[in-house]
Design a protein around this ligand. Structure first.
Ligand SMILES: Nc1ncnc2c1ncn2[C@@H]1O[C@H](COP(=O)(O)OP(=O)(O)OP(=O)(O)O)[C@@H](O)[C@H]1O
Length: 251
């Protein structure tokens, strides 16, 4: 299996966040990772990129682990973090060049890749000459997306990629993700914005109380498109009707 998460556990002090989780993701998938706030989606993604050490279990990419075959795996890995980890002192253009050089994208190729990404995602290209620290939240997110794909990684992991994006940028990102998936790649997206996720995901995994409680196709999850993704999720998580009695004071 292309991406193999095998018996992974992680706790913070006594709080068990990932409890012996296994998840196999084949090439061609765009997996939507769902779950309530604070349930462990970012913890799982951060463990997948070795930002957080696991307590037990293994994560492998084409049979290779990020710990034992670091460079080889990193060459095939692109990450859009929930908190953009950008070097904000750089201008957007300089940052993208820096990342591309880090990944050893040939310089002629790098120039045209940056130009085409920037033209696609940004209306005002001149803004890319300014320091990233002056960018809006959405612009930082878009720079993060551009940086993550410059080396055309096989594995693209995106933690809340739609957050902070306006309607136009969101539509572009949806279009971009669909086109990025060429059948040989694995894309994992954690998102609460189900309306957009529904447009790209081929499969859905739901994390709850430390476990993967659902993993199947998007169609199966929404009963072949008969239900909305958020309705299907609420049904699965059995969310009780919210009682507002204690909040009568807000009136
Ligand atoms: N470095 C850390 N130290 C201690 N606890 C942590 C750490 N990182 C995450 N946690 C805890 O682990 C739990 C899962 O957090 P995580 O950020 O993975 O959730 P999430 O599903 O991504 O949430 P959200 O959808 O709100 O972004 C939370 O209770 C959080 O407080």
């Amino acid at each position: 299996m292309a991406l193999d998460i095998n018996s992974v556990s992680k706790k913070f002090d006594k709080q068990i966040v990932l409890d012996n989780i296994s998840l196999q993701i084949p090439e061609g998938s765009i997996l939507g990772l769902l779950g309530r706030n604070g349930i462990g989606k970012s913890t799982l993604i951060n463990s997948m990129i070795d930002l957080l050490p696991l307590d037990s279990g293994t994560i492998s990419y084409d049979g290779k682990s990020l710990i034992e075959d670091e460079l080889e795996v990193k060459r095939n890995l692109g990450i859009v973090g929930e908190q953009n980890q950008l070097v904000e002192e750089f201008s957007g253009i300089n940052y993208l060049n820096f990342v591309g050089e880090l990944y050893k994208v040939p310089s002629s190729e790098l120039k045209s890749r940056i130009e085409s990404l920037v033209s696609f995602f940004f209306t005002d290209k001149d803004v890319l000459k300014k320091r990233i620290s002056s960018y809006s939240t959405g612009m930082k997110k878009l720079i993060g997306v551009c940086a993550a794909v410059l080396h055309t990684p096989k594995y693209l992991l995106m933690d809340e990629p739609f957050s902070g994006l306006d309607a136009v940028a969101t539509q572009k990102l949806v279009q971009f993700i669909k086109n990025y998936q060429n059948g040989d790649r694995v894309i994992l997206i954690s998102s609460h914005i189900l309306y957009h996720l529904e447009k790209v995901a081929t499969d859905i995994a739901v994390l709850n109380e430390g476990k993967i409680v659902y993993h199947n196709s998007l169609d199966a999850f929404t009963s072949e498109g008969k239900a909305e993704l958020d309705k299907a999720l609420l049904d699965l998580l059995v969310v009780e009707d919210v009682q507002m009695d204690d909040l009568s004071w807000i009136q």
